[in-house]
Design a protein around this ligand. Structure first.
Ligand code: TRP
Length: 345
């Protein structure tokens, strides 16, 4: 993530949906830059496990529960220091769903109609001759409002996200502006931070590495499994000795995301010199494994210590709520929900 302007007021906030097991793409695209950002001492950082969001996509309680632990363990294993951030579970902050309702009451429905996730779902239905809203739950439809509540509850100003989420941050701004217009200026307007430098990894089949394509390399596979996955990365039929194009190769793209500049230059030469695919994969395995073997040990230890993770998350929620509890009280008053006793206005 690019260093943002030095400003003590900067509040970096981002959420990680707790469905599925983290993969190499999540690491280079989100985890690594977010941990780096949390080390800057001129920002306050709020990172949370978006488990309310997980329920939109996944109705398997065990998967949601386990994924929460896996994702928390992953962030901690890579060195997220809970002293630098408020690291919490969304469902531990009851102020979020309460604010979400206030926002729902003012968020224009027409705005939600334009959200990509909803539009994709309805388009699929139209293409297959179903009713537009077939299988679309209210959770999916109003998901940008929940995201707005996540952000506005902590007055997040900088929100590091993937490109696909920019629209949601813009919606959060619109909703914040509308609230401010109606009730007074309570919310700062959040901005998406999308780093063009951040790698978007290709997956095993050359498309973007993504859970939904089933082409991922999970982060903390045992070594031999990691090797197997890397060996499965799709290549073309060029023989050893034939020059290969680094720019179209998933192997090279992953290499670049893990290697310092010098090693990237080295591999580009190797491609020009016709490195064998098998050899390139072997070197890629060593490079990636080198970066994750330490964290893998910590991850496995953490997965054996759920009580420890729980204590970190509870402390994170406590810290986060020192902001959200008094802020929600102010918002309650702003919308007109407060005690009838004299003197409480
Ligand atoms: N929807 C985001 C994603 O799928 C995760 C998320 C939930 C989030 N709430 C957020 C990201 C608030 C930033 C801010 O990636």
């Amino acid at each position: 993530m690019k260093a943002t302007t030095k400003n003590k007021q900067e509040r970096v906030l981002t959420g990680i949906t707790t469905t599925g097991t983290p993969h190499l793409g999540n690491y280079v695209g989100a985890i690594r830059p977010a941990i780096a950002a949390s080390k800057q001492n001129d920002v306050s950082a709020y990172y949370f496990l978006a488990d309310f969001h997980a329920l939109i996509k996944c109705q398997d309680p065990q998967v949601v529960h386990k994924s929460t632990q896996e994702i928390a363990a992953t962030w901690l294993a890579f060195g997220l220091d809970p002293n630098n951030v408020a690291f919490y579970r969304q469902s531990d902050i009851p102020e979020i769903p309460q604010l979400c309702w206030y926002l729902n009451c003012i968020a224009p429905k027409g705005l939600m109609n334009r959200a990509h996730a909803y539009k994709d779902a309805t388009q699929k239905n139209i293409d297959s001759g179903e009713d537009n809203d077939f299988g679309v739950a209210m959770g999916l439809f109003s998901y940008p409002v929940l995201m707005a509540a996540d952000i506005l509850m902590f007055n997040g100003t900088k929100v590091p996200v993937g490109r696909d989420q920019i629209q949601h941050i813009e919606m959060a701004r619109d909703i914040a502006q509308r609230f401010n217009y109606l009730y007074g200026k309570h919310f700062s307007l959040p901005e998406a931070v999308v780093d063009s430098e951040t790698a978007v990894l290709q997956g095993l089949d050359g498309r973007k590495m993504s859970k939904s394509y089933g082409n991922t390399i999970p982060l903390f596979l045992p070594e031999n499994q990691l090797k197997k996955h890397i060996n499965k990365i799709k290549t073309n039929l060029l023989e050893p000795g034939e020059p290969k194009d680094p720019e179209t190769s998933a192997i090279f793209q992953i290499w670049k995301a893990f290697a310092p500049q010098k090693q990237t230059d080295y591999m580009r030469k190797e491609f020009e010199n016709g490195i064998a695919w098998g050899e390139a994969k072997k070197q890629l395995f060593e490079l990636v494994n080198g970066e994750i073997e330490g964290p893998r040990v910590r991850y496995n230890e953490l997965m054996e210590s759920p009580d420890y993770i729980e204590s970190i998350l509870c402390e994170g929620a406590r810290k986060a709520r020192t902001y959200s509890v008094p802020f929600l009280e102010k918002l309650n008053k702003a919308v007109g929900l407060y005690s009838l006793e004299k003197g409480s206005s």
